[in-house]
Design a protein around this ligand. Structure first.
Ligand code: 2AL
Length: 243
């Protein structure tokens, strides 16, 4: 089984971290391919960043289709371009936010999300509503860490994240925490140990969900709205995207 993990931002250290995390949880028979868009923002922390990165995600899916990937993971917590990506393939496409929410509801009745900047909390809140998880999530908490601070080994990102997770655990009446950024993927084990409660990180969750779907023979439905886009001409720099 080949799973293509796409980091939607263009920071290579984060792509490597996400790839390492995916490889750690993948089954022995699963091959992980990891990539990032050629163009786009170094981190995704606004609606604007997200819109640009979605195009990069779709370019990576198109590349993955030439390599016959069995599944895709979109490894940014806004799940940028998720439904559009599903239109381009029969393979399952899993976003790390939706994967984290799904797993959290299987092991707890209520969870909180701990993410990066306050301004991006709304992105997770919109996804919770869109996916129907609003009732399960008590709170989306922000650490106000910029995404790239998670890439700074000399910074104190871990401490800030731990303290916000402790507040979530002690104040929110929850059973689990979902980490709200792909760049937090390597911190799960340490946080789980320090918090003594389940901490879910979307990259691992998405890999295991993708493996499950592929082994069950389930792929993106081509009946209805996730059918391949209707062929039509595209103008300008997207001219070769029309079919
Ligand atoms: C993210 C993420 O997962 N990757 C990125 O660049 N921005 N999400 C976030 N909430 O900060």
């Amino acid at each position: 089984m080949q799973i293509h993990v796409i980091n939607p931002n263009t920071t290579a250290s984060m792509t490597d971290k996400i790839g390492a995390c995916a490889n750690r949880v993948a089954a022995e028979s699963t091959r992980i391919h990891v990539s990032q868009p050629e163009s786009g923002p170094v981190s995704i922390e606004s609606h604007f960043d997200e819109a640009i990165s979605a195009v990069g995600v779709l370019e990576e899916i198109r590349r993955g289709e030439t390599l016959a990937m069995d599944a895709y993971v979109i490894a940014c917590f806004g799940d940028p371009g998720l439904l559009a990506a599903r239109e381009l393939t029969r393979a399952p496409v899993i976003g790390i936010a939706e994967a984290g929410f799904h797993l959290a509801t299987l092991i707890s009745t209520r969870f909180s999300v701990v993410t990066t900047l306050s301004r991006t909390a709304i992105i997770a809140e919109h996804l919770l509503d869109q996916y129907g998880f609003g009732e399960h999530c008590r709170r989306v908490r922000a650490t106000d860490l910029p995404v790239l601070e998670l890439e700074n080994p000399a910074g104190n990102a871990y401490q800030a994240l731990l303290e916000e997770c402790q507040r979530a655990r002690d104040e929110d009446g929850i059973g689990a925490i979902v980490l709200g950024c792909g760049g937090m993927a390597d911190l799960t084990e340490r946080l789980t140990h320090d918090l003594q409660m389940p901490v879910i990180e979307g990259v691992s969750a998405a890999i295991k969900l993708a493996e499950s779907l592929v082994s069950l023979g389930l792929g993106t439905s081509k009946h209805g709205d996730l059918a391949f886009p209707r062929p039509k001409p595209f103008a300008g720099r997207f001219a070769d995207w029309g079919r």
